[in-house]
Each structure stands twice: as C-alpha cells, then as structure tokens.
Design a protein around this ligand. Sequence first.
Ligand code: E4P
Length: 216
Amino acid sequence: MKIFLDSAHIEDIKKAYDMGAISGVTTNPSIISRENRKFEDLLNEITSIIVDGPVFAEVLSVDAEGMIEEGRRLAKKSKNIVVKIPMIPEGLKAVKTLSSEGITVCNTVVFSASQAILSANAGASYVAPFVGRLDDIGEDGLCLCQEIRDIFDAQGIDTKIVAASVRHPVHVNSLAKMGVDIATMPFKVIMQMATNPNSQRAVEGFLKDWEKVPKE
Ligand code: E4P
C-alpha cells in the first residue's frame, strides 16, 4: 500500500518525501487554507518537490461546468496533478468529462459504497472514502473501505482506493491488510508510524555499550 501525505505544508512534504515515506500528496481547500499562501504558488512548489508522484488538487466549484473548467486548468499545471472532484451528483458529470479528456480524476468525499460504484462508472481513477469522519459519527470507516475493496475486486474495477481522513497507525495497518491501494494521512501519523519507544531505547543502549568498546 502506498502512503500519501495529506498536507500542503512544504516543510512536512519535504521531510516526508526525503524520508522515502510518501509517494504522493493530497490537498483539499481546508488544508490549503492553513498555509496562508496563494493556491497556485503552493501547488507549483509541491509539484516541484513530488516530481515522480501524484499531487491531488481539489476544485472549488459545485456545478459541473465550473468543476470541468477548474479541472482542466489544474491539469494543465503539471502532468502529476490529479484533479479532485467532490462526490456530489454534479461532480459525476465533471468526472466523466474530465476523465474522457485523459485527465486523472479522484472522486473525493466518498461516504458510501454506492457512491464509489458510481465514481468508478463515471471514470474516476481514484475514489477517496473518508475513514475518520465516518468513525466520528459512530459509523465504521474501515468497514466502508473493505466493502469498496470487495466490490471493486468482485467487479474487476481498477479504480484505486485512496483512503482519506486517516487518523492513526492502526487505521493504516488495517487498510494495508485489506488491500486498499493508498492511504493518505497527516504528517503526524507518519511520524507515529516511524516512532517506537523500544527502537529509541535500543539505539540508546547500543550507544551506551559502544562506550565500553576499546577505541585504541
Ligand atoms: C482527503 O484527501 C482529505 O484531504 C482528508 O483526508 C480529510 O481528512 P480530515 O477528516 O482529517 O479533514
């Protein structure tokens, strides 16, 4: 399973990319708003860091024509841009049009398997179920991902599942086990995955013991 960083924070993107932890970046309008910079500038900088992987950028229009126009504009910026279209009925027309033009599209804010089926039929290359936000309302985000995985496998659908709204390492392990293609997560979760107090203690122990080794 690939790991993407769900962030537009340049320092975190550089760190995670240099660590070899991520192979793509996802953003949304809320994530962009946290950086207090122009969307275009941020996007240019992110695509110059992630040279060999997808960078997901979301449209803001809520009508199909507007989404199509924005999607075409975003796609022109870099061959690595994946256009995120919200999974609302108007969005499906935009998914169909943009993907038929060869633009890579992710249908985002997916909260049900039925929505994922429609996304795939409309031509989305990616669907993004929101795991944590379902958990927040007492539903099971991981169950939804499993359901979509089962349906796509049963139907031979090659639309990739990019699990979003991932909140902790246990989410990531479960998603990997069920064969989800990608999990996108905040930098904090990547660091939680990389960190274990036993590893830290082991390194400290080795260094301490090394002091006893004769150096001459
Ligand atoms: C997906 O690409 C979204 O940006 C994201 O994962 C939303 O997550 P949140 O529920 O943490 O805002």
